[in-house]
Design a protein around this ligand. Structure first.
Ligand SMILES: Nc1nc2c(c(=O)[nH]1)N[C@H]1C(S)=C(S)[C@@H](COP(=O)(O)O)O[C@H]1N2
Ligand SMILES: [Mo]
Length: 366
């Protein structure tokens, strides 16, 4: 089950960050993996068809009649569960905001070659599923266990390494009460692109951790050495830096682009007078403490609304703006409870991970 994490030098060299224009391979990923149009920030719960999606390989063809979830490794009673057996277990509902760790990558210079997200790799859904700790309790996790590996039914090659998509998390994180094996998204069975029949949800973590099309949960006595764990998803200064693993979502706010757009440039047009600027903010590492809106370089505190969707979902915010005629630059930035604030100048890392640069919107007021 261990993925061979070695890169061929040729494959690695061909994937260095570029200073050039977008290439066809990036466009190919961009057309497969849709983002959430930012006007959909208006919904508390993102309609399923507007939620972003990211699929490394192909959407696997899973027949729920023959599909099984295996739970094995360092457990006393290995399990082999059918879709019906899982759906018969006591389930819980949780509203969770997901964001891809590569969100914002396309604005980096040089640009790491992968899915070229701008700001839209986000969405919030109401998930229903079985708390993972109940399933692990049933299986009886050994006292020697340290890591839990989640494997999907999808298979492919990434930077020369053939693999089933798999990620792991330390046992104490896996046992947290909010971790779900989810089979419903917004009160309907998961759609194929979102992981049917079953996916993992580790609320607060960046997208890569929420393994879709789950087939196996394996408990290990040592850290998992698979590709998606040990090679992908690291904050690295350069190719040779080991760096730090990507984990929970950094603080971020986004604004519903006000007014109406120009089709091609997406430049915004707004009528003068009172404009209510609205958006959402979330943080996986901490909680949202403050949202500010910048108008032509001057920051004003927005009103941060109650966390009505729970601790693992975005919060809405708003600000009244008396818009005077002319061209304006709008921006927004959030600060978390630890005092971390979104940057207004672009930091850079080799894989283009966790880019929470403050959003910028140019507006012409008429
Ligand atoms: N099995 C599997 N799980 C996966 C992925 C994948 O390619 N295969 N992509 C991950 C990444 S990188 C992200 S951002 C989220 C996206 O979830 P969504 O498509 O439901 O929004 O799924 C994660 N789970
Ligand atoms: Mo992602």
């Amino acid at each position: 089950m261990t993925a061979d994490a070695k890169l061929s030098p040729k494959a690695a060299a061909s994937l260095l960050p570029t200073e050039g224009p977008l290439i066809p391979e990036e466009l190919q990923l961009a057309t497969r993996n849709g983002g959430m149009p930012l006007e959909a920030l208006r919904y508390d719960i993102t309609p399923v068809g507007l939620h972003y999606q990211l699929i490394h390989f192909d959407i696997p063809d899973v027949d729920p009649a023959t599909w099984r979830l295996r739970v094995d490794g360092l457990v006393e009673r290995p399990l082999d569960l059918s879709y019906d057996e899982i759906r018969a277990l006591p389930a819980e509902k949780l509203t969770v905001t997901l964001e891809c760790a590569g969100n914002g990558r396309a604005r980096l210079f040089p640009r790491p070659l992968s899915m070229p997200w701008l700001n839209e790799a986000i969405g919030t859904a109401r998930w229903r599923g079985v708390p993972l700790h109940r399933v692990l309790d049933r299986a009886g996790v050994s006292r020697k266990a340290v890591d839990v590996v989640f494997t999907g039914a999808d298979h492919g090659i990434e930077k020369g390494c053939e693999q089933d998509y798999a990620r792991s998390i330390q046992l104490d994180d896996a046992l947290r009460p909010e971790v779900l094996l989810a089979f419903e998204m917004n009160d309907q069975p998961l759609l194929p692109q979102h992981g049917f029949p079953l996916r993992l949800l580790i609320p607060g973590w960046y997208g890569m951790m929420h393994v879709k099309w789950l087939t196996r949960i394996e408990v290990l006595a040592q850290p998992f050495d698979g590709y998606q764990q040990q090679v992908a998803y690291w904050y690295k200064k350069d190719a040779n830096d080991r760096g730090e693993p990507v984990k929970r979502m950094r603080i971020r706010a986004l604004m519903v682009p006000p007014g109406f757009p120009d089709y091609f440039t997406r430049h915004r047009y707004v009528e003068h007078g009172l404009v209510i600027l609205r958006g959402r903010a979330w943080a996986g590492k901490s909680s949202v403490a403050r949202v500010e809106v910048g108008i032509d370089g001057k920051w004003t505190d927005a009103v941060l609304h109650e966390a009505t969707l729970g601790a693992f979902a975005w919060r809405s915010w708003s600000l009244e703006w008396n818009a005077g005629p002319g061209d304006h630059e709008l921006t927004c930035r959030a600060t978390d409870a630890d005092g971390d604030v979104q940057p207004t100048k672009q930091p850079w890392n080799f894989q283009g991970m966790g880019n929470n640069l403050a959003q910028q919107i140019s507006v012409t007021v008429r």
